[in-house]
Design a protein around this ligand. Structure first.
Ligand code: TXA
Ligand code: MG
Length: 340
């Protein structure tokens, strides 16, 4: 398939180009669109044939449900059958933005969007290009991250093209994604408040609005407990081809450990770099969790270029957005962690 590249930047949103993307989506096509978190591989959430093509284009397992993207609160009524009070409070505070809520699925959303579950994950992105496209399409858009299944999520148009060129009708070429990790996913089903995936909105931010929030066991471990509440979290994910090991320790401990290994490389903080004898890519600054989130997926994509046999990643602190970065690195490392 010949993929059409369409440039639309936040600072200059051309309505003719937005309409071309909307038309493709309304007609059952696939288009990659930017969001503030990562690029998304979008199709109309009302069109089960188009949704089936998303799974095919990504090589995504059929049991991993998709997130539905809306432009305003009117669209929410088409997606869910019920909006609990906690969901309304979170929407008021954090939408539009990097927060996804799992709610009871509405009748207009076909089961394949949710991999057969009677729930649906929904979010309202803040990226102005994404919002313009959803509004012009006039329907909610189902969109997973626009990477091949198992690869790091793409945060730049360059990485989208590397994974998706030839697999979709259109790719919107736009700015680099601001947040850099995917949205936070919280389940509000049956009165529970459970964090399924940490992301751009922190656990602390959620708790400040709706009180206690449980953290699903899959966030920090590979334990699969009976019924998998967050199917996406059970796969090895975000991984370079090279083996990754996560190291927990301070800058000196990290550098000393890496420097003793042969054929090793590092994914590290800028503060670690002067201490390292091995090749490295920097993913952010030790005390700046937002910079870590912004840089982590590019670092994981570039890690293979270092030509090492094993890559040691320096673990971030698990607070703020750092929890999301830790969660992604843990999966990139297939849960191989060494405490120094
Ligand atoms: O930031 C994001 O969320 C990006 C952008 C494109 O919006 N999208 C994204 O989608 O990360 P994806 O498909 O890569 O991740 C969706 C996550 C998976 O972990 C999936 O299991 C979970 O959301 N999910 C979706 N629907 C669910 C449901 N009904 N119940 C539980 N988890 C669900
Ligand atoms: Mg993904």
């Amino acid at each position: 398939m010949k993929t059409q590249l369409i440039e639309i930047y936040s600072a200059d949103i051309d309505s003719g180009r937005v309409e071309a993307v909307a038309e493709c989506l309304r007609g059952g096509g696939l288009a990659v669109i930017p969001t503030e978190t990562v690029y998304g591989l979008a199709a109309s959430a009302f069109d089960s044939a188009a949704v089936a093509r998303i799974f095919e284009a990504k090589g995504r397992p059929q049991d991993n449900p998709l997130i539905v993207h809306i432009a305003d609160m009117d669209m929410l009524a088409d997606v869910v059958s019920e909006v609990p009070k906690a969901a309304l409070r979170l929407a008021e505070e954090y939408w539009p933005g990097p927060l996804t809520m799992v709610l009871p699925r509405g009748k207009k959303i076909p089961p394949c969007v949710s991999a057969g579950l009677d729930t649906v994950a929904v979010r309202m992105p803040s990226n102005p290009v994404a919002r313009a496209i959803i509004r012009a399409a006039g329907c909610p858009l189902a969109a997973p991250s626009a990477n091949l299944s198992g690869s790091p999520s793409p945060t730049t148009a360059e990485y989208v093209i590397a994974d998706m060129n030839g697999r979709v009708e259109q790719i919107v070429v736009s700015d680099d994604c601001e947040v850099g990790v995917e949205s936070t996913v919280i389940s509000l089903i049956g009165g529970q408040k459970r964090l399924l995936r940490p992301g751009g909105i922190t656990l602390e931010q959620l708790r400040s609005v709706i009180g206690e929030v449980e953290v699903d066991r899959s966030v920090l471990s590979d334990e699969i407990v009976g019924n998998v509440s967050s199917p996406g979290m059970k796969y090895k994910h975000y991984a370079p081809r090279t083996r990754v090991v996560l190291l927990e320790g301070d800058a000196e401990e990290f550098a000393n450990y890496v420097n003793r290994q042969t054929n090793a490389a590092a994914i590290c903080f800028e503060e670690d770099a002067p201490l390292l004898a091995a090749p490295y890519v920097v993913y952010g600054s030790r005390d700046d969790d937002r910079s870590q989130a912004h840089g982590i997926f590019t670092a994981l994509r570039r890690a293979d270029e270092l030509g090492a046999e094993v890559i040691f990643a320096h673990s971030p602190a698990r607070s703020g957005v750092g929890l999301a970065v830790y969660n992604r690195l843990l999966r990139a490392a297939a849960f191989e962690v060494i405490k120094l």
